[in-house]
Design a protein around this ligand. Structure first.
Ligand code: IPE
Ligand code: MG
Length: 222
């Protein structure tokens, strides 16, 4: 979800105004998913690296997250959205974490659309945590090195049980992965759009899906 800062800068507004506007694009994508039958939507909302931003911006983003959760929980319940989160969630401020846990618990029975928020997330950090959990079991003797398979590794990631993404959409024209789902993106199709995240609409999402639909995926085969 990139380009909030540039969107604000183009209008002479503070960066937080860009984040605020960006949060509205989520609704657009959720609607597009519902209409096209997409069952899993993962939003890279805040990376481990984003903690390096000025304190005011970080605090504003956390408040925005809390407000977003407060305002959207009713809609999520009504529309069958299940909220989940991946990342080092213990890093989040207490109030945010509490709200997040509340909404995750409240929507746990839903299954129409899984919305997965990546918060304090980094792909390398996720792999690091998975390797540590595997090493612990290996050291205690409950896991043999021969048992370490791709499926076992997937099951130790934050995304355990969630299918690998079919499509990655990156806004604002940047051609990089930025530490997102490094293991899971192995065979994901990539769609890069120059649109800034706050300008990204339901019809942009539909365009990305239409483009995806005509790709030929071979998964290394012929
Ligand atoms: C949003 O866009 C990403 C978040 C961390 C919420 P940016 O804040 O990275 O926007 P640009 O890259 O400065 O335009
Ligand atoms: Mg950016």
């Amino acid at each position: 979800m990139d380009g909030n800062g540039r969107w604000a800068q183009q209008r002479g507004l503070p960066r937080l105004a860009g984040h605020e506007q960006g949060s509205k694009s989520i609704r657009q994508c959720v609607e597009a998913c519902m209409e096209s039958g997409v069952e899993f939507l993962t939003l890279y909302a805040f990376s481990s690296e984003n903690w390096k931003r000025p304190e005011l911006e970080v605090r504003g983003l956390m408040l925005l997250l809390e407000r977003f959760l407060n305002e959207k929980v009713e809609e999520m319940l009504k529309e069958g959205v299940r909220l989940r989160a991946i990342g080092r969630l213990d890093d989040l401020p207490n109030a945010c974490r509490k709200k997040l846990d509340e909404v995750i618990a409240a929507t746990a029975g839903n299954s129409r659309l899984h919305v997965i928020l990546a918060l304090s997330y980094s792909g390398r950090g996720e792999i690091e945590d998975a390797v540590r959990s595997i090493a612990r079991d290996a050291a205690s003797g409950s896991l043999a090195p021969a048992d370490i398979t791709p499926d076992l590794i997937s099951s130790r990631l934050y995304t355990a049980g969630i299918p690998d993404p079919d499509l990655l959409i990156r806004t604002s024209g940047e051609m990089r992965i930025s530490n997102f789902l490094l293991w899971q993106l192995s065979y994901t199709e990539i769609h890069v759009t120059k649109k800034l995240w706050p300008d990204f609409t339901k019809s942009d999402f539909a365009d990305a899906l239409a483009e995806f639909a005509v790709r030929h995926r071979r998964f290394g085969g012929v």
